[in-house]
Every structure is written in C-alpha cells, then in structure tokens.
Ligand binder design. Structure first.
Ligand SMILES: C[S@@+](CC[C@H](N)C(=O)[O-])C[C@H]1O[C@@H](n2cnc3c(N)ncnc32)[C@H](O)[C@@H]1O
Length: 209
C-alpha cells in the first residue's frame, strides 16, 4: 500500500498531520513570544525544512501556513523570519504561492526550492543573533544527523539564543534501516549498492565522531 506523499499524505490532513499540526500550533506562540522578547531586535527565525504544499486542497493549513499565521499574529511585536523549503517541484509551486500571499502583507517569509540541506546555511546565518526553531517533518529520511548535530553543537551552543528542534521522527524508516544494516541486506559488493546503503548506515550509526 502506498504511504507518505505517494499515499496522499499531502492531499488531505490525515490523523498524524492533525497531531503534529496541533503541536506546532501550540508551540509557536510561546516560542516567538518568550525568547523573542529578549532577542536582539526582537528577531526570531523559524525554518520549515520539509514544508510540503503549504495549504491543503480543501483550504486547511499545512505546517507552512500555520507558521505564517503565527508570524502574522506577532507582526507588530516581534521581527519573525520564516524560511520554507520544499524539494518536490509541484508542491513547491503551491508552497511559494502561499508564502507570497503572506510576504505581500509585509511578513519576512521566503520559500526555497530544493533540499533543506542546501539552504540550511542561509537560515543559520540569518539566525546568528536570534532564537531559532527548526521544524523538520520529513516523509522518510530527514536531515542527516551529522548536519543537525553541527547546528546544535556548533557555535550556537555556547551562548544564547536558543535553538529548538521539532523533529518528526520516522520509527518505520529507522526500523527498516536497522533491519537492512543488521542483516545481509547491507554487505554491498558493488559501488552502486555501497552508495545505496550509505544513508541507511548513517541513520543506524548516527553522526561520525
Ligand atoms: C511529511 S511532508 C511535509 C508536510 C508538511 N510539513 C505539513 O505538515 O504540511 C514532507 C515533505 O518533505 C519534502 N522533502 C523530502 N525530502 C526533502 C528535502 N531533502 N528537503 C526539502 N524537502 C524535502 C517532500 O517532498 C514532502 O513534501
């Protein structure tokens, strides 16, 4: 049975989306309000690294629009930057339209096409003096752990501002990866199969030390 985006995950607010959206809805206002109140220039940065389409076909908000709405509710009291990244071209086209609706109302919101890894440095630079919230909601393999660890234990760690991560962790993918690596499935003999196994090994072993 198709799962993830192929199974219509992004066409309809399924149960798991309802839960994660509720967490996001409740988490954002205190994050923007509290660390934002003492931040330089009252600036806060939010990254939606696996943003999807932004809004569902039935008009209900995806993660991106929930973040944009929270940004709008603080428009007069905080300086919130929102970054939204989506790899799939068709979904990105939809996402960028939604982001444009809000940026044309004066919000500092930008959509990027492509992989979150390729845009992470821009976000980290923008957030250098500011509290940063990373919302990472992949369908399968997400941001490689070593990249995430770099952000969390890099220069931002030594001093405030806060860095927080809301991570939708795929237990299914992890179980499959662990099974492949622990079993015969990951004893690659050819260069091609070594390349295919590498991300699974990384998921199982975690960051290189
Ligand atoms: C679970 S969906 C996102 C749902 C969205 N966060 C929401 O709640 O409305 C995951 C999305 O990540 C996208 N994606 C997958 N790999 C990506 C990557 N490396 N960088 C950015 N987006 C990626 C997929 O195309 C898919 O749209």
């Amino acid at each position: 049975m198709a799962t993830g985006t192929a199974g219509g995950l992004l066409d309809d607010p399924h149960a798991q989306s309802v839960f994660k959206h509720e967490i996001l809805r409740q988490y954002l206002p205190p994050f923007i309000a509290m660390p934002g109140s003492t931040a330089v220039g009252k600036q806060v940065v939010v990254l939606d690294g696996f943003a999807g389409r932004g809004r569902y076909p039935d008009g209900s908000p995806g993660s991106a629009e929930l973040i944009l709405r929270a940004m709008r509710s603080f428009q007069n009291s905080r300086n919130v930057f929102g970054f939204f990244v989506e790899k799939d071209q068709a979904l990105y086209a939809n996402l960028s339209g939604v982001v444009e609706e809000y940026s044309s109302q004066g919000l500092s919101a930008r959509a990027f096409a492509g992989s979150v890894e390729d845009h992470l440095d821009i976000v980290i630079r923008q957030a250098a003096p500011s509290p940063l919230l990373l919302f990472l909601d992949p369908c399968g393999a997400g941001l490689p752990f070593d990249r995430l660890v770099q952000v969390l234990v890099g220069p931002r760690r030594a001093a405030r501002p806060q860095t927080e991560v809301l991570l939708n962790f795929s237990a299914d993918l992890t179980r499959r990866a662990a099974g492949v690596v622990a079993g015969e499935g990951c004893a690659p003999r050819t260069a091609r199969s070594r390349r295919r196994c590498r991300p699974l090994v990384a998921v199982r072993r975690g960051p290189a030390t």
